[in-house]
Write a protein that binds this ligand. Sequence first.
Ligand code: CO
Length: 178
Amino acid sequence: MYICGIEIRPEKSAGRTVLQTVLHARNGTNHHENHLTIFQGKIPMIGKFNHVAIVVPDIDVAQVMYRDVLRAKVSGIEDYPDHGVRVVFVELPNTTIELITPLGEDSPVAKFLMRNPDGGIHHICLEVKNIMEVRDRLRAEGVRILGDGEPKTGAHGKPVLFAHPKDFCGTLIEIEEA
Ligand code: CO
């Protein structure tokens, strides 16, 4: 595969990450080719979209808005003390919205709510087949994994990890082995 006359290989070449290779290929040249074709034919590392998580300042209000205004199917308010969150699950035909608010002293979403007092989209969750393989791939590409890098059991009882938003297009991404 060539972009602007420079060969792009699917895997790292000359110690460069994929991102560095693409940026290098783009530098100082016209680029009209579609970079998405680089990985044509490769097995995707992500599968289904699992959920979007929205941090809200008032979980009761959020539950009412989704249930009574949008008439969505919503769960009761569920406490996850181990995760420091209270959650309402909004079940849609094709995915789930998780409405989340801090629970307890050291909630991982408390800071987010301080920065975004009206609430906002916190993360998206993508399903993967092999979480360790995806973790190693992300790390090899310079993407930091939050915490100690070992998968934790998420709210669905499955192993999850989070990729640093600064290293992934400004979005906190949860990967879940499903
Ligand atoms: Co999540």
